[in-house]
Design a protein. Structure first.
Length: 223
C-alpha cells in the first residue's frame, strides 16, 4: 500500500483527489496545508487555518500546517515533503485539474523531495468531476467568490446539482470547478468524514476582488 500525503486547501478538488486516493488503496498519512507567515490563514483560499485544522480532525487525518512567505514557499513545501518521506511517505496527491504551470511546479517540487506526484483529476471533464463529488455525498460550501462574477448571495451555499445549474444559468462562462478562481469551497461532510463540520459563526467580508465567508467558529458533530 503506497503511503501518500494530500496537498490540502480544504476545498472540493483536493477532497475528490483524497476520495480517489483512498478508493484506489492508498494509505493517506498526512494532509499538507501551507499558511501565511503568521499562521492564521491557509495560503490557498485565505481560509482560517484553525478551520482547516478542525476539518482535518473531522476527517481523522493528521495535518501539517507550515507558515510560509512568498519568498520561502517552495523551500518550506519541499522541507515538509522531506519530513513526510522520513516517515515512509513516498508520493503526494494533488487536486489540480488544468493549470499547466502549477502541474510543472508540483513535478519539480516532488522531484526535489524524491517523491512521486499523483494528479488523479488532471484534464478530466469538470462537470463529471463535480457530479462525482456531489453524488458521492460530499458537502462543499461556497466560502469565496470573485466579486465581478458572483455576488455575495452565493456565499454559504452548498455545492449540489442545483448550484451547478445556477452557475450555468448566470451565462458568465464560469467553469464547473471554478478553475479560474471564480469560487472556492470548504467541504463540511462526506463519506470519508468521521464527523460533520458545522459552521456556527460567520460574516461576509470583501478583500481585494473577492467576497469571503469569514468563518469565526466551527464545531464537529457526530454523524
Amino acid at each position: 500500500m503506497e503511503k501518500v500525503f494530500v496537498s490540502w486547501s480544504g476545498g472540493k478538488d483536493c477532497c475528490l483527489a483524497l476520495h480517489r486516493a483512498v478508493n484506489n488503496g492508498m494509505d493517506v498519512r498526512y494532509l499538507a496545508n501551507m499558511t501565511t507567515a503568521d499562521g492564521k490563514r491557509s495560503c490557498s483560499h485565505g481560509m482560517s487555518a484553525s478551520v482547516i485544522k478542525k476539518q482535518a480532525e473531522a476527517l481523522g487525518i493528521p495535518i501539517a500546517q507550515k507558515p510560509t512567505t512568498d519568498e520561502n514557499y517552495a523551500d518550506v513545501f519541499t522541507g515538509t515533503l522531506k519530513e513526510f518521506k522520513r516517515d515512509g511517505v513516498t508520493a503526494g496527491v494533488f487536486g489540480d485539474i488544468d493549470f499547466n504551470a502549477h502541474k510543472e511546479w508540483i513535478e519539480n517540487i516532488c522531484a526535489g523531495a524524491g517523491m512521486k506526484p499523483h494528479l488523479p483529476l488532471w484534464l478530466e471533464d469538470q462537470t463529471k468531476l463535480m457530479e462525482e463529488l456531489i453524488d458521492a455525498g460530499y458537502k462543499p460550501v461556497v466560502v469565496a467568490v470573485k466579486a465581478d462574477i458572483l455576488g455575495q448571495e452565493a456565499l454559504g451555499r452548498t455545492v449540489d446539482r442545483k448550484f451547478m445549474e445556477y452557475l450555468k444559468g448566470l451565462n458568465q462562462g464560469i467553469t464547473p470547478c471554478g478553475e479560474a478562481g471564480e469560487y472556492h469551497t470548504l467541504v463540511t461532510d462526506g463519506p470519508l468524514f468521521k464527523k460533520k463540520l458545522v459552521i456556527k459563526e460567520s460574516e461576509i467580508v470583501t478583500r481585494g476582488d473577492h467576497h469571503f465567508l469569514e468563518i469565526q467558529k466551527v464545531e464537529l458533530k457526530s454523524k
